[in-house]
Design a protein around this ligand. Structure first.
Ligand SMILES: [Zn+2]
Ligand SMILES: [Zn+2]
Length: 427
């Protein structure tokens, strides 16, 4: 079966998350975006874990469904949910902060398990180490390697994936407190790591500049804190619709079963380039190197971004992607496309209205962006048809994100936009 999975999200028990991130709320948004499997996030949090056990029941092996499917309602007026209901998979993220090789390390790691018993055993071990209650993504003084050991001991069918591996502050390769190789981080247990999450600011081409990462699959997820942002990155599978088949497809890393990833254009990620947000300084790696990593405005150390770190560790001039590697689709989320065309804010009612209209017509956001014939989209709205055509060909205008500030990806130039505003088309 062909299906789409977003395996990294956060519950309302994580900091700065939306109250709409209930299981029913997530299922509703996943449905209209065209996502079939959603990570629950935060299974380490006692209250969320309680909700998961209360509201979910086993479906296909290792997947769960809502006991009360009627609790899911379409999140926008005028659209109906797809017949294929959404499944959940037990997932969590742990922030490991610890000393290794004489330096402080801060690494986020994702955990996946197929059943409540395994999650419960991991939770008991983690609760004995530190506070798992104050945040849905617990901060523990626990070495990444030792976290992996706990997963292997308590959940033999579980797996661990280092999260958003390039972000500066909290990741395996992060410029502030990361490592230079997977082996340095996981030591004798490195062979149990088979996938890495690329994060919003990097894409597979960037990662494939580093030969040390060749043996790892690259997965992509939204890491969303509100359900509207589900699927801004995601994974496409063509394999059995269950936890074990999906895990094996990731591990196998062949297009036949792990078909593709959906990516941000990496410049849109909020740590793509180097810079200082407060000083409004955004620099390319060559520029910040020229400045010895110092901000030209305030003189303090710059936040070194993802592109810079990738270039530091790269040992190839050109990315090398195996022929049967998963395909890569770089997309702009539909609400952002509509917002650009209409010239109004992405969270506005107007955008929500058009989003609902488009989804009602084309089935789901991913159906529109990935599958629908361009002719059909253009008949509905010529401007939208042109936008989707350009995105599919990666003909977009990019301004890089830096130091926590999201980048901006536009489809149309300022010149073009003057003619486009209001020209959405009503047919
Ligand atoms: Zn994280
Ligand atoms: Zn500065």
């Amino acid at each position: 079966m062909n299906y789409i999975a977003d395996l990294h999200i956060h519950s309302p028990y994580s900091r700065a998350t939306s109250k709409e991130s209930s299981l029913a709320g997530l299922a509703g948004w996943a449905g209209i975006k065209g996502i079939n499997v959603v990570g629950t996030g935060d299974f380490t949090h006692p209250a969320w874990f309680g909700k998961l056990q209360e509201e979910l029941e086993p479906a296909e092996a290792g997947f769960f469904r809502l006991k009360d499917s009627r609790s899911v309602v379409a999140p926008l007026a005028g659209i109906s949910l797809p017949e294929q209901p959404v499944r959940f998979m037990l997932s969590a993220e742990v922030s490991c902060i610890y000393k290794r090789h004489g330096q402080v390390r801060k690494v986020h790691n994702l955990l996946y398990v197929p059943d409540f018993a395994s999650a419960g055993r991991i939770n008991a071990r983690l609760a004995a180490i530190g506070n798992v209650v104050s945040d849905g993504r617990p901060i523990l003084g626990l070495d990444s390697r030792d976290l992996l050991e706990i997963v292997l001991e308590e959940a033999p069918e579980g797996f661990l994936v280092p999260a958003h591996i390039w972000t500066p502050w909290f990741s395996l390769f992060g410029s502030k407190s990361g490592f230079d190789s997977i082996e340095e981080c996981f030591g004798d247990l490195s062979m149990h790591i088979f996938a890495l999450e690329t994060g919003l600011s990097s894409d597979p081409a960037m990662n494939r500049l580093i030969s040390g990462l060749d043996r790892f699959a690259l997965i992509s997820n939204s890491d969303c804190h509100s359900p509207q942002k589900l699927g801004r990155e995601a994974n496409l599978f063509s394999t059995g619709f269950d936890y074990f088949s999906m895990r094996d497809a990731i591990r196998g890393n062949r297009r036949e079963t792990f078909s593709a990833t959906i990516e941000f254009f990496p410049e849109e990620g909020k740590y793509h380039a180097d810079g200082h947000r407060d000083c409004r300084v955004c620099l390319e790696p060559v520029e910040s190197r020229w400045l010895n990593g110092r901000c030209p405005v305030c003189g303090r150390a710059l936040t070194i971004g993802v592109l810079h770190r990738v270039m530091e560790l790269a040992d190839r001039d050109e990315p090398r992607l195996p022929e049967d590697a998963p395909a890569v689709f770089s997309l702009i989320p539909l609400p952002e496309i509509i917002s650009e065309i209409l010239g109004v804010g992405v969270a506005s009612k107007k955008v929500a209205g058009q989003f609902a209209r488009i989804v009602a017509r084309f089935g789901s956001e991913f159906d529109l962006l990935l599958k629908t014939e361009l002719d059909g989209i253009s008949r509905f709205s010529p401007v939208l048809g042109e936008a989707v055509a350009r995105i599919r060909n990666s003909r977009v205008i990019r301004r890089s994100g830096y130091d926590g500030e999201f980048g901006v990806i536009k489809v149309f130039s300022e010149e073009e936009k003057k003619e486009l505003i209001g020209a959405f088309g009503e047919n």
